[in-house]
Every structure is written in C-alpha cells, then in structure tokens.
Design a protein around this ligand. Structure first.
Ligand SMILES: [Zn+2]
Length: 286
C-alpha cells in the first residue's frame, strides 16, 4: 500500500500555493502558468491516496455503524523471534484494526503483566507475541486466557503467535488449533505467493478474492484439533497446500488463527489487513 501524503507534502502544498497565488499585484507575472503547475501538484499528491482507497477491500455495509458498542480488543505483544520486529508491526496492526470504527484496541507490551489482565474488560484478545521464558506470561496467565475463550471470549493469533506457549504445547494446540512444531520445515523463503480463499461464504472471507502477498508461507504448523480453513497457499518448495487462515470454536469462544504478517510490508497488504479486521470482529461475535 503506498503511503499517503505526509505532513511534509502538505507543507509543500502551502508553499506552492503561496507562490502560485501571490497576494501582491506586483507579483502577478506568470500567474496563469503558476496556477496550472499548482493544479498538477495537487493531482499528483492526491493520486497515491486514491490508489490506496481503490485497492483496499470494501468494508461490509455495517462497518462504522454509529451507535454500536465497539469491540473491546486487547493486543498483547512485547516479545518475539528477533526477526519479528513487534515494535514496528504492532502500530501497523493497530492501525489496520482501528480502520473499522467498531474496533477499539488497547495494547499491552509487557508479557509479565498478562497475569494481571482484567479479562472482563475485553471481548477479544490479539496474540502478537512468542514468549521464550516458560514463566512469562506463565501458567496462571495461560489458564486465564484459555478460560476467557472457553467462557465466550475471542482470540486472534498473528503469524508467529503459533510458537508461543511451547511449555504448554498440547493445551495450547487445543486453543490455537495448530501450533509451531520446531521439528518441521519452518517456511518457504520469504517471497511472493498467492493466498487462495477456500471458503468465500465465511463472514471473515466473504467478498474477498484470492490475492498475492509477499510473506513467509508457513509450513511448520502441527496438530489434529478440528479447524476450518478459510484461506490457504501452495508451497513452491514442496507443492503442498498449507493453511494460512483458519477458525475453530473452543468452548463458547471463537478463535481466528492467521499465519500471515511476518513484517511491516506483509501486514500492509490490504487483504491481510481485511482478514485481521474481520477475524477480530468475528472472534468477538460480531
Ligand atoms: Zn516470520
């Protein structure tokens, strides 16, 4: 997605406007050519924004519905594999979710604090971390999260969140549907591939079409918990299809698990953003 106009470019517009449309009559030489140039600058600056809006998947008709209670979402981050720069990807994810006026996002970036979360304040939890210390967030925090979902809460897993809670792997697999198995091949080399929508009727994928992305195609998920795959991709390495996004029900709760989003460019893909936005709403029962 191309970046929109920056404050710098707006500042440039103001300077050009002052230059092209002088107040002093003594400075009117070349007034018409200057205005033509100004018009060109305005069109050029508007073009990237228009292109971005055109490429963004349409929101559903009820998006930004006034008066609806927002989905209260807690995004938990703060630790990940070193190549996963959560400090950079978290703001992109928050921005993507917040594009829907029905989603309100809080961010918790200290895993040690997960044990103190007041779960009753939230409708859904977004896991954007992979912990390496078995005691942080720890067993009590894991059980609290597990119970939150079983009691009807939502859960969204982002990319390498499948590698979290290795210390409780069998329990975590029942919650996440599939988990990282370090003994498997990790992923195809970072690059372009096509994501194929496998269920176009599911609320998360309805209206979305197959799309190309540049990312890691994960081949490292393991588990036999029943899941419903809504998007998949075929590996260039071994020709097999792997789930990219899937759902499952845990107790009375809903889980949306998506392995797309290795880095900032991957998370800026408009279709990936739409998946996470819709997955967040669906997990919260909207
Ligand atoms: Zn990655």
């Amino acid at each position: 997605m191309p970046p929109g106009p920056t404050p710098y470019s707006h500042c440039l517009s103001n300077l050009l406007f002052a230059w092209a449309c002088p107040r002093s009559r003594a400075n009117t030489f070349g007034f018409l050519p200057r205005c033509v140039l100004l018009l060109g600058v305005i069109v050029c600056q508007s073009a990237p924004l228009c292109a971005e809006q055109a490429s963004r998947p349409a929101l559903s008709p009820v998006d930004n519905q006034p008066g609806a209670e927002p989905v209260r979402c807690l995004l938990i981050t703060g630790e990940d594999y070193p190549a996963h720069r959560w400090q950079e990807t978290t703001p992109v994810l928050v921005e993507a979710l917040s594009q829907d006026g029905r989603i309100h996002v809080d961010v918790l970036d200290r895993l040690a604090e997960v044990r103190n979360v007041d779960w009753s304040r939230y409708d859904t939890i977004v896991m954007h971390f992979k912990n390496y210390d078995a005691n942080v967030p720890g067993q009590a925090a894991f059980h609290a999260l597990n119970q939150f979902v079983k009691d009807g809460g939502g859960l969204v897993l982002v990319h390498f969140a499948c590698g979290a809670f290795q210390e409780f792997q069998s329990d975590f697999e029942k919650l996440a549907g599939r988990v990282w198995d370090p003994s498997l091949r990790g992923h195809d080399p970072y690059g372009k591939f096509e994501v194929v929508i496998t269920d176009a009727k599911h609320p998360i994928t309805q209206g979305l079409t197959n799309f190309e992305t540049t990312d890691e195609l994960y081949t490292c998920l393991a588990g036999d918990t029943p899941i419903h795959v809504v998007a998949q991709a075929v590996s260039r390495v071994d020709g097999r299809a792997y789930p990219m996004a899937f759902t499952l029900n845990v107790g009375r709760g809903r889980v949306f698990h998506c392995v797309l989003g290795h880095d900032v460019p991957a998370l800026r893909n408009p279709s990936v953003q739409a998946l996470y936005r819709r997955g967040c709403l669906w997990s919260a029962g909207r």
